[in-house]
Ligand binder design. Structure first.
Ligand SMILES: Nc1ncnc2c1ncn2[C@@H]1O[C@H](COP(=O)(O)OP(=O)(O)OP(=O)(O)O)[C@@H](O)[C@H]1O
Ligand SMILES: CC(C)(CO)[C@@H](O)C(=O)[O-]
Ligand code: BAL
Length: 279
């Protein structure tokens, strides 16, 4: 079993020992409730790094809705069992007081690319995420960190943070792992009712169809409207956004000119799902 560490000084002492021996250290930041998507990040980290830390911390600062935080799944024992066969060295699962001790007063904001999409629909989310990710980089002193492309905008924001603050950590973005029916794996999928779970893959199907239409020459606004209608007809309650954006700067695009991403967020049965694909 990986060693479970909750104390920041203990973690730093362990990492200092590894580094003194010349080992490269990789970190996989998570909020727990692990699934194959997370495990794919761990496998990528194991290929590059002699030592791997998985962090499990449900970061209150990045939740913009109290109910979302309260019902977020917490399954630490099962998580540890999933990580055991992968050769993870340490699970760092600090209590909130270790991450945000009394007097904690810093918030880090990445402007620009944090604004649209998730930033517009989850006020405060990216400030909370960036602040904790910067802290996790500081606490783990990792040389490399692994993030999923499922949270595409998060990945771009983290890359910006690292570049802007000259942080000595190399970021790797790993492909989205999907269920057989195309639904992107997510800890929140477990909150779907059987009926909602059956409808949920429609989000990815509609995005793929719209992507193919755009590649075939369909006007972007028409393809986006059709995708939105398809998702709603499949049983989703609301489409928060479904948009074509430049892949890194996340600016609106209406033509396939350079790397382009389609990104979407939609609600079904009280659960918020996000997805994105290359177009
Ligand atoms: N299906 C997936 N494929 C690849 N990476 C993933 C997948 N799901 C999550 N990740 C990545 O795992 C890391 C931790 O994510 P997190 O713990 O929030 O899990 P999650 O499944 O995205 O949960 P949720 O979106 O419900 O909060 C992030 O870098 C995220 O992008
Ligand atoms: C990167 C992260 C672990 C920071 O809390 C979280 O945003 C997530 O799980 O994607
Ligand atoms: N997976 C992104 C983290 C969040 O939803 O808060």
């Amino acid at each position: 079993m990986p060693q479970i560490v909750r104390d920041v000084s203990q973690l730093r002492a362990i990492v200092a020992g590894w580094k003194a021996g010349g080992d490269a250290v990789g970190v996989v930041p998570t909020m727990g409730a692990l699934h194959e998507g997370h495990l794919s990040l761990v496998r990528a980290a194991k290929i590059d790094c002699a030592r791997v830390i998985v962090t499990i911390f449900v970061n209150p600062k990045q939740f913009n809705a109290a109910e979302d935080l309260q019902k977020y799944p917490r399954t630490e024992e099962a998580d540890a069992a999933l990580l055991a066969p992968l050769g993870v060295d340490v699970i760092f699962a600090p209590p909130a007081e270790a991450v945000y001790p009394p007097g904690f007063a810093t918030t880090i904001s990445v402007t620009g690319i944090s604004g649209p999409l998730e930033g517009a629909h989850r006020p405060g989310h990216f400030d909370g995420m960036v602040t904790v990710v910067a802290k996790l980089f500081g606490m783990t002193a990792a040389d490399r960190a692994y993030f999923g492309q499922k949270d595409w905008q998060q990945l771009q924001v983290v890359q910006r943070l690292v570049a802007d603050l000259n942080l000595a950590v190399k970021i790797t973005g790993c492909e989205t792992i999907r269920e057989a029916d195309g639904l992107a794996m997510s800890s929140r999928n477990g909150q779907l009712s059987a009926k909602a779970r059956a409808c949920a893959p429609a989000l990815h199907t509609a995005m793929q169809r719209a992507g193919a239409a755009i590649r075939g020459g369909a006007p972007v606004p028409i393809a986006m409207r059709a995708a939105r209608a398809e998702v709603l007809a499949a049983g989703f309650d609301e489409v928060e956004y479904i948009e074509l954006r430049s892949a890194v700067m996340l600016e609106r695009v209406s033509r396939l000119d350079g790397p382009v991403r389609m990104l979407a967020a939609a609600m079904i049965g009280g659960v918020r799902l996000i997805d994105n694909i290359a177009v």
